[in-house]
Design a binder for this molecule. Structure first.
Ligand code: NAP
Length: 183
């Protein structure tokens, strides 16, 4: 089986948060440009991997999803596998879903502990980070224990480098593509 590529797609506030609180869906604060790009990426991907709360905050029965939950759960819908990732690695996720649809390009869609899990396994192959010109002051970080307030710095400090960056709109929304610094 070919190894899947895992791309972390995330939108953050300028002070480094992915949500003001759990249940705070980016659709409520992210720019129209970010939302359009996000929907395109999700539609093009084979699978998306996310935590239970992110899944429940944006339930889409028609999407292929791997949902992390400490309670496990198995196949809840034809294209939605709930599992506890403890003891697994990212390639094992691909093996678990292959019978339904091959996992070649997968998206990592958060939240924080899901980002942590892929980082710990060294399998964030690419990052598509949108930075919105808003500040939350407090909230859920991109990674646990994150000291960096600048979201780009949060990735640089974890072994990534900027591959490309561009402005998405006049309000100052920025799209920053990062890759592991070793590549
Ligand atoms: N800005 C963005 O790009 C972005 C991205 C993602 C999410 N969000 C937002 O962030 C919020 C949710 O994020 P969150 O960090 O609170 O929660 P989350 O990661 O979506 O869900 C947390 C739950 O997922 C399960 N889980 C996650 N990682 C696990 C692991 N390694 N092992 C076992 N179970 C694991 C656990 O479920 P059990 O409790 O069932 O064990 C945990 O309670 C929502 O408001 C969402 O809209 C924003």
């Amino acid at each position: 089986m070919t190894r899947p590529t895992f791309t972390l797609v995330v939108v953050a506030s300028a002070d480094g948060f992915i949500a003001r609180r759990s249940g705070d869906n980016p659709a409520g604060w992210a720019s129209a440009e970010e939302q359009a790009l996000f929907l395109d990426r999700v539609a093009a991907a084979d699978w998306a991997v996310m935590g239970r709360l992110t899944h429940q905050a944006a339930d889409r029965p028609d999407r292929r999803r791997v949902v992390f939950s400490g309670r496990g759960g198995g196949w809840r819908r034809p294209g939605q596998l709930w599992l506890d990732p403890a003891g697994l690695d990212p390639d094992a996720l691909a093996a678990r879903v292959a019978k339904v649809h091959p996992m070649r390009d997968a998206l990592i869609l958060g939240g924080t502990r899901v980002h942590d899990w892929f980082l710990a396994h060294g399998r964030i192959d690419a990052v598509s980070l949108t930075v919105e010109p808003v500040r939350f002051g407090a909230g859920l970080p991109i990674f646990s224990g994150q000291q960096e307030r600048d979201p780009v710095e949060a990735f640089l400090a974890r072994g990534f480098r900027v591959a490309a960056a561009r402005r998405l709109n006049m309000a100052g929304t920025r799209l920053v593509e990062l890759v592991p610094a070793r590549t």
